[in-house]
Design a protein. Structure first.
Length: 496
């Protein structure tokens, strides 16, 4: 900033609400369903009617344990439910059922990679709670309340203040989304509000040999990676600016703040200072029995954990010899990574398959708005196409066309290649004919090769390209190169 001796370090912790992918709500049988008719997925329990009794959804607990284990948390063998009391129109009971002093998971960590460097982020706690409803402010003069969402199971994950930049925070969020979808505990669809981020941000400023810390802002309810990145970036700069304008803008001297993100303006705005923050008066929920988790049940859930994305990526690099970038792209989606491994198991060469997944199949899937595993060809045929390229039967370019055809045809890649006339020509008399035509049509290039040794190699490469073009990509490029070199030698010796 303006002071030339000033250095800054941004300190970020994240609170994330992840919606669990259960069929029904946390404490009643109502369906969890996005965009259903307002107030059509409600019952006395989630409406908070007097006398209605909640019953715990065991599947939500098991999903939370799954996520907790994957986040390396200690899983509590005994936990309970607590009421978090506050009054708001979208909260019909006037309290939220949550977990206060005994979270289901605590003291874990999650490893991420930022620019190839490993970063370990502490997980302070992961607890279960229910969601509130939704206030809708789209009509003038009134607010509508939709309670379909009340009681939806949420896993709240709180990280340590271990993230150092908007980029790191964003990478963490992306990896967490990948993790929960891999585990199948959440669909992680941001557009449906299934993951919401609340970063806590402040800045350590070093100036004149002293360190100053700005008050912590909690930015509420961000529902996209982009908003998370922009809000953290804005906030880290805003705090340094405010400290430069008022050197008493410091933790301890000024209150911590809750701030809202304004996406259009690209700014955060003060909502309230923490001095005004509610006392939620937590107390144990009397209507629910505590949750006991037998060690055997936790062990069973642990044994069922799939290989996690980071480990799988590393294995794809070390075992299957994929590039780090290709491995990351393929592993990003679990079902697609499964398909890839099945194609390798079916005999497909991993290297060619890696390239084809990233360059060919990903493109075809994108064009159709689906993931690779949702495309029609099965692992068997996908592997067979890669084998055709690996064996030199078709060129990589020809494989693109065959792949596209495979979407509509159940035929084998081999018979498609034959039907489409894409099988590579390794017959030297056929290639000789093409070489003849190319040499005749490119006399200047031939002259350059004969007279300028420095340009000979590039010249032959050019001629080979012309042969490939003339053959429609079917000529065996190595053979074409050999035949061109041989012909040039012949011309040289007959001229000399
Ligand atoms: Zn209900
Ligand atoms: Mn919460």
């Amino acid at each position: 900033m303006s002071d030339h001796k000033l250095t800054t370090r941004t300190i970020i912790g994240l609170e994330i609400h992840v919606q669990l992918a259960t069929r029904s709500k946390m404490f009643c049988d109502c369906a969890v369903e996005f965009a259903a008719a307002p107030n059509s997925r409600v019952c006395p329990v989630c409406l908070g009617l007097p006398g209605a009794l909640p019953v715990m959804n065991r599947q939500a607990v098991r999903m939370a344990v799954t996520a907790g284990l994957a986040l390396n948390c200690k899983i509590a063998s005994f936990t309970k439910w607590d009421r978090k009391n506050y009054y708001y129109p979208d909260l019909p009971k006037n309290y939220q059922i949550s977990q206060y002093d005994l979270p289901l998971g605590r003291d874990g960590y999650f490893d991420i990679q930022v620019h190839g460097n490993a970063r370990r982020v502490g997980i302070i706690r992961a607890h279960l709670e229910e969601d509130a409803g939704k206030n809708i402010h789209d009509r003038p003069g009134c607010t509508l309340v939709d309670l379909n969402r009340t009681g939806t199971p949420l896993l709240e994950i709180v990280t340590g203040p271990d993230l150092r930049s908007a980029e790191e925070a964003c990478t963490f969020a992306v990896e967490l989304q990948r993790l929960v979808t891999y585990l199948g505990v959440s669909e992680g669809v941001m557009q449906k509000g299934q993951m919401r981020f609340e970063p806590n941000v402040n800045v350590a400023i070093t100036s004149g040999g002293l360190e100053y810390r700005t008050p912590i802002s909690e930015i509420k309810n961000l529902n996209s990676f982009k908003a998370l990145r922009r809000a953290v970036e804005y906030e880290s700069h805003r705090q340094v600016r405010d400290w430069l304008a008022d050197r008493a803008y410091l933790q301890g001297q000024r209150p911590n703040e809750n701030r809202g993100w304004n996406d259009e303006g690209g700014v955060t705005r003060l909502q309230r200072t923490k001095e005004e923050v509610h006392d939620y008066r937590y107390f144990p929920e009397p209507d629910l029995v505590p949750v006991e988790l037998a060690p055997a049940e936790v062990a069973e859930i642990r044994a069922a954990l799939p290989e996690l994305p980071l480990a799988r990526r590393a294995r794809f690099v070390s075992e299957l010899r994929l590039s780090a970038k290709d491995a990351e792209t393929i592993v990003a989606d679990r079902a697609t990574a499964d398909l890839f491994e099945q194609a390798v198991a079916a005999g497909g060469p991993a290297g060619v398959l890696g390239k084809q997944f990233v360059n060919v199949w990903a493109k075809l899937a994108n064009e159709r708005g689906v993931r690779i595993y949702e495309l029609p060809p099965d692992a068997e045929r996908i592997g067979a196409l890669a084998t055709l390229v690996d064996d030199g039967v078709v060129s990589a370019t020809a494989a693109n066309q065959i792949a596209e055809k495979m979407l509509d045809s159940p035929d084998s890649p081999k018979s498609l290649a034959e039907a489409m006339g894409l099988v590579r020509v390794s017959d030297s008399s056929q290639i000789d004919e093409w070489v003849d035509q190319v040499l005749a049509a490119n006399e200047r290039a031939v002259q350059t090769i004969l007279t300028d040794p420095k340009k000979a190699q590039a010249g032959e490469g050019f001629l080979r390209g012309q042969v490939m073009r003339l053959s429609g990509g079917k000529a065996d490029p190595r053979l074409a190169g050999e035949l061109i070199a041989r012909r040039i030698e012949e011309i040289k010796s007959s001229a000399g």
